[in-house]
Design a protein around this ligand. Structure first.
Ligand SMILES: [Zn+2]
Length: 258
């Protein structure tokens, strides 16, 4: 595990700079640990999601869609890359100069860590829990910090790259979470990720997005979109077959105003 630099951390509760991983000397919130990994969660925090909705967001123009949905360049396939890492994401990381600060949100077992560090980068992995990960992935050292993506305990503009795969569909407020990721990225930094589309509900997932949904999510958080593309090889049919116990065409509901 990386030795954490306190300089980059804020209290997830009051946003004051953190001087200790045990407590916040501003709001006095104490933080526990899970087998040595600090748990930096807010105690009771309310947040308003800022979402400026412009009238030209209401429909997407065909030419803009064509501009965004493109196949990206891929890394050399002979290289052995970590479980879950897309070759196009590997390509972006391979192009970066050394000594970059990389944050993985939802790092699971931390299986990206050694690959990223071999490239000469600094890696910090966070996740909400150490338990929600396949057993065989737990051998990779796990997260540096346990936290909630809606309340990242980092100062603004700390990272050159944020990587987050198979995570966003599990977040109750993806709009807020992606804004948090934008906040902790340095200007010009990259956000690499994927989001479930035609996977059934799995591991308490909330929002599964189409290509247009992903575009909207990124644009509203302030990102310039470089590439958006559908995953190939592992189809929706395959996912339904593997994970289909909660598969249904639509979700119905009845709500009542109060
Ligand atoms: Zn605090």
């Amino acid at each position: 595990m990386t030795s954490l630099n306190l300089e980059i951390l804020i209290c997830p509760n009051c946003e004051a700079s953190l001087k200790s991983l045990d407590y916040c000397d501003n709001c006095k919130l104490e933080f526990s640990q899970d087998e040595g990994t600090p748990k930096l969660f807010p105690f009771s925090r309310h947040r308003t999601v800022q979402y400026e909705f412009n009238s030209d967001y209401s429909t997407i123009k065909e030419d803009i869609l064509k501009m965004y949905v493109n196949d990206p360049p891929m890394a050399d396939t002979k290289e052995k890359i970590p479980f879950h890492l897309d070759l196009a994401h590997a390509y972006v990381i391979n192009q970066m100069p050394q000594q970059q600060k990389i944050l993985e949100v939802g790092c699971g077992g931390g299986q990206m860590r050694s690959w990223v560090e071999t490239k000469g980068h600094q890696y910090i992995g966070v996740d909400i829990s150490k338990a929600i990960v396949f057993k065989w992935l737990q051998q990779f050292g796990g997260p540096d910090i346990l936290c909630d993506t809606h309340f990242l305990p980092f100062k603004n503009q700390q990272f050159n790259l944020v990587y987050s795969v198979a995570v966003t569909e599990h977040l109750a407020n993806p709009f807020l979470a992606v804004q948090e990721i934008y906040r902790v990225l340095k200007p010009g930094g990259y956000y690499l990720g994927n989001i479930s589309f035609l996977e059934p509900m799995h591991d308490n997932s909330y929002f599964h997005l189409s290509i247009l949904g992903v575009i909207e999510l990124l644009i509203q958080a302030g990102f310039e979109i470089k590439y958006v593309w559908p995953e190939r090889g592992y189809s929706g049919y395959h996912a339904i077959f593997d994970m289909g116990s909660q598969f249904t065409k639509t979700i119905k509901f009845i709500g009542q105003g109060v």
